[in-house]
Design a protein around this ligand. Sequence first.
Ligand SMILES: [Zn+2]
Length: 206
Amino acid sequence: MSVNDEFGQRTAELIEAGRYIHDRGWAPATSGNFSARLSDGRIAITVSGRHKGELTADDVMLIDSEGRPLGGQRPSAETPLHTSLYRLYPTVEAVLHPHSPSATVVSRLFGDELALQDYELLKALQGIETHESRIVVPIFHNDQDIRRLAQRVEDYIGSHDDVYGYIIAGHGFYTWGTSIKEALRHVEALDFLFDIEIRLHGVVPR
Ligand SMILES: [Zn+2]
């Protein structure tokens, strides 16, 4: 496949993922951003400020691995959070960032992290084969200085194994995968588990 075909293919998948995520109420009012890495290292990412339920091919653009725009449009303001994940994980090819109600409520209920264990749905996460697993989802304070936030995320992931996603407090969550499909599965699984933890604490998020 030529890189142009690949860009077109990834763009179509990101448009579909955006519709799916928006339809579930996980990316209201132009929030959220999504990306996919091409085989030449460039990254297809949503343009800043676009409605994620109504994305078209014009709403996905290319950046280089450092986040510099390749073309006239402005990429998502949170681009450094995407490029840092691609740097940390050479096999990751997609990063999805929804602003879901459950992730937001979890960040109000828990401190610096949420531990998830003994859930069958943990097996939806790449490489987990039993419900008897335990994962920790770190919760970072929100920060309008995205580079500083990206550095905090990098420091954490660089010193912890088996991180499948992270929450930004009062904001949303990030997860990733070796394909857009896998990253979307991680979005669904993590959001479900966040929702269960909220119910356990007696709060109804939606
Ligand atoms: Zn965001």
